[in-house]
Design a protein around this ligand. Structure first.
Ligand code: NAP
Length: 248
């Protein structure tokens, strides 16, 4: 039975949006593997999510470790049907204060690791002639947000990469889609908004639904892209944002 289940890898699934996606995948009967740095957080997440949830620790900023990580997962689980590139970091700083090192750090985790891990997983998805990759973008790729220059660059690049990968990999039966969350209740949003009431008011003021989303809202969209219900959908960006991207 375990063997017949789809195998999903979620980067950064120990908390926040990744956890919300894992919860939904497990509800849908998928074997779900979380990859992040903090082992205690990952253990706690697996304990909460049950026997279909497993984890591997990895610092995705260390790009050269990624091929071995994926090999290790493939030898243990046999396949990866779904990859969710969710791990990400943010940094709020004035444009002129951002150092090259700051910029590179965000780009390495949010963009370079997404490329590296996707490349390694795609090599096996080509063998399977199927697969679904789900990239997590942001409102920072939909409109101009001040004080998050590297984050905005990384998320805009993720959307371009989603389209390029969808074009190139469709002949292999691999679909790539992107979810652009609006403001979702997680530690990352708390850090970005709680010490900045005007920014929080602005974020909510332009969200027609007038509230923040929940990790489960992103989980539901990811479950759709992971399933055959979205079999004819690739290269898209789905905003799950309470209307934030089109708000006045
Ligand atoms: P979060 O709770 O801080 O989750 C980020 C996850 O990324 C953590 O599980 C973290 O795990 C992992 N991570 C960070 N650096 C890593 C590294 N070097 N190697 C491996 N894992 C790493 O934040 P979140 O809000 O759920 O964010 C998840 C994704 O959604 C991010 O890509 C973010 O940009 C995007 N997003 C969030 C919002 C929002 O409103 N919350 C909106 C738009 C987009 P460890 O610390 O254990 O490594």
């Amino acid at each position: 039975m375990e063997q017949e289940k789809k195998v999903a890898l979620i980067t950064g699934g120990g908390s926040g949006i990744g956890f919300g996606i894992a919860e939904k995948f497990i509800e849908k009967g998928m074997q779900t593997l979380l990859v992040a740095r903090d082992e205690e957080k990952l253990k706690a997440a697996c304990a909460q999510l049950g026997a279909s949830c497993h984890y591997k620790t990895c610092d995705l900023a260390d790009l050269k470790t990624i091929p071995a990580l994926i090999q290790n997962i493939l030898s243990e689980y046999g396949r990866i049907d779904v990859l969710v590139n969710n791990a990400g970091i943010n940094m709020k700083k004035d444009f002129t204060e951002v150092t090259d090192e700051d910029f590179q750090k965000i780009i390495t985790v949010n963009l370079c690791s997404v490329f590296s891990i996707s490349r390694e997983v795609v090599k096996d998805m080509i063998r399977l002639k199927s697969g679904s990759i789900i990239n997590i973008s942001s409102m920072a790729a939909q409109y101009g947000l001040p004080r998050v220059i590297a984050y905005s660059a990384s998320k805009s690049a993720i959307e371009g990469m989603t389209r390029a990968m969808a074009s190139e990999l469709s002949p292999h039966g691999i679909r790539i889609n992107c979810i652009a969350p609006g403001f979702i209740e997680t530690a990352m949003t708390a850090k970005a908004l709680n010490d900045d009431p005007p920014r929080k008011a602005k974020a909510l003021g332009r969200t027609p639904m007038g509230k923040m989303g929940k990790p489960a809202d992103i989980g539901a969209a990811a479950a759709f892209f992971a399933s055959d219900e979205s079999a004819y959908i690739t290269g898209t960006v789905l905003c799950v944002d309470g209307g934030n991207a089109i708000g006045f």
